[in-house]
Design a protein around this ligand. Structure first.
Ligand code: ZN
Length: 424
């Protein structure tokens, strides 16, 4: 029944919304002739709807050389990246990035707080995010009417339709809280909330090195470990929104009890806290000269200090990171066998260990997966940097706002607004 309802909803959306969605998803732009060919609609239908879209200001047209037309120029239709702005929020377990982006996901300004504590609760954290966003909007001198929507990533499994975290293992006070509703009230526009790793996978799909990959995995290695799944060019969230929660997959042979209650979870062995804990042991046992010195000077030992130790050639720290890479490789090998991705992109603070952590992961994958699964597989670090989550949160807004089901409502309110304004 659900499947039928989903189909009938799609079937009911207007032609103009379908055409707009294809223009938006073409990213680089599409000609009217290509649109007609792609949709099967007549040229006159395309012309009529494209004119409506151009007058709404959501799309624009530019002259570009047309490869299929002997090098002559053609008019390409594309999303008007200046049609409005988006508030994009990326909440990690220990950090908060807030940005104002254009609708293509390009950041115009970003603010960040490191060392936040998500357990201060949803209202305290969201209030901070809203006030940072309002400051940025004011700095950029953006009038309220240009704000199209809000996107946010949260480090918890959540129900996407309502934007509520569901049984989050590390931020209990957020359980069932409607983040979406809070943001919609605060900004007066539509808000979309997703898992933080999913928004990073979306950023990688549209703005990163996975732009040409239809089936790939984005793996965040940080305080938490999670996996964003892109299947056939779309994010895959699972039936309850918790697909890709790989931090709580079991690594064989370990009996550590995780905070989630299970035994031998990957995150408990390879998350930032596990690395930090092991680093303190290396310092106390005088196994790492670099970390021992830091400890004797009374300095805090963090993953950044371990990375500095690795760069300086500290053997025990290099060994620690290689071991952690091996644990991650055990779990990721299973994902490769199961999903057959064309690419795996690693992001998050722990991916900053670079080849020292990625080479052992690679070795495990090549050692245990079939040759067909690894034949064309590319394994790399994300190059989007620390704004990856902000970029993804902004693109999430674009994806949802211009989805045919939603866009029909958005467009009619814009066009009605125009008529009202013209009538005055
Ligand atoms: Zn666990």
């Amino acid at each position: 029944m659900e499947r039928l309802e989903a189909y009938s909803n799609i079937a009911a959306v207007s032609t103009v919304a379908k055409i707009c969605n294809i223009i938006v998803r073409s990213d680089e732009g599409i000609t009217r002739a290509e649109l007609a060919r792609f949709t099967g609609f007549s040229k006159s239908t395309i012309t009529q709807h494209v004119d409506t879209l151009l007058s709404s200001g959501f799309i624009t047209q530019i002259s570009l050389p047309d490869k299929s037309n002997g090098g002559r120029t053609s008019q390409y239709l594309k999303l008007n990246k200046d049609c409005g702005v988006v508030v994009a929020i990326d909440l990690g377990i220990t950090s908060l990035h807030v940005g104002i982006c254009n609708i293509m996901g390009e950041p115009l300004a970003v603010k960040c707080i490191e060392n936040i504590n998500v357990n201060e609760g949803p209202e305290a954290i969201l209030q901070k995010a809203v006030s940072m966003a309002n400051d940025l909007l004011e700095e950029l001198n953006v009038p309220k009417r240009r704000l199209l929507g809000v996107g946010m990533g949260v480090p918890a499994p959540l129900e996407f339709s309502t934007g509520r975290p569901v049984s989050p293992p590390v931020m209990l006070s957020w359980d069932g809280y409607s983040v979406k509703e809070y943001l919609e009230k605060a900004f007066g526009v539509r808000a979309y909330v997703d898992n933080d790793v999913n928004i990073m996978a979306i950023a990688e799909l549209w703005r990163g090195d996975a732009r040409d990959d239809l089936n790939f995995l984005f793996i965040k290695l940080g305080t938490g470990i999670g996996c964003g799944i892109i299947s056939n060019g779309n994010i895959y969230r699972g039936s309850n929104g918790c697909a890709g929660d790989i931090g709580h997959m079991k690594v064989d042979g370990f009996t550590h009890t995780c905070y989630c209650g299970n035994i031998g979870c990957l995150e408990k062995l390879a998350g930032a806290a596990a690395i930090q804990e092991r680093a303190y042991e290396l310092a106390r046992n005088k196994e790492s000269p670099y970390l021992e010195k830091l400890l004797s000077q009374g300095e805090e030992i963090t993953c950044k200090s371990v990375n500095a130790a690795v760069t300086s050639g500290d053997i025990s720290c290099i060994e620690l990171i290689r071991t952690v890479g091996g644990y991650i490789g055990d779990v990721v090998s299973n994902l490769v066998t199961f999903f057959n991705p064309s690419k795996i992109v690693f992001g998050g603070g722990i991916s900053n260990f670079g080849d020292v952590i990625i080479n052992p992961i690679r070795k495990k994958i090549y050692g245990s997966c079939g040759s067909l699964a690894t034949k064309d597989l590319q394994i790399q670090r994300s190059r989007l940097g620390e704004n990856c989550g902000v970029i993804g949160a902004a693109i999430l807004v674009r994806e949802e706002l211009f989805h045919p089901k939603e866009f029909t409502k958005v467009l009619s309110s814009v066009l009605e607004g125009d008529t009202a304004a013209n009538g005055k």
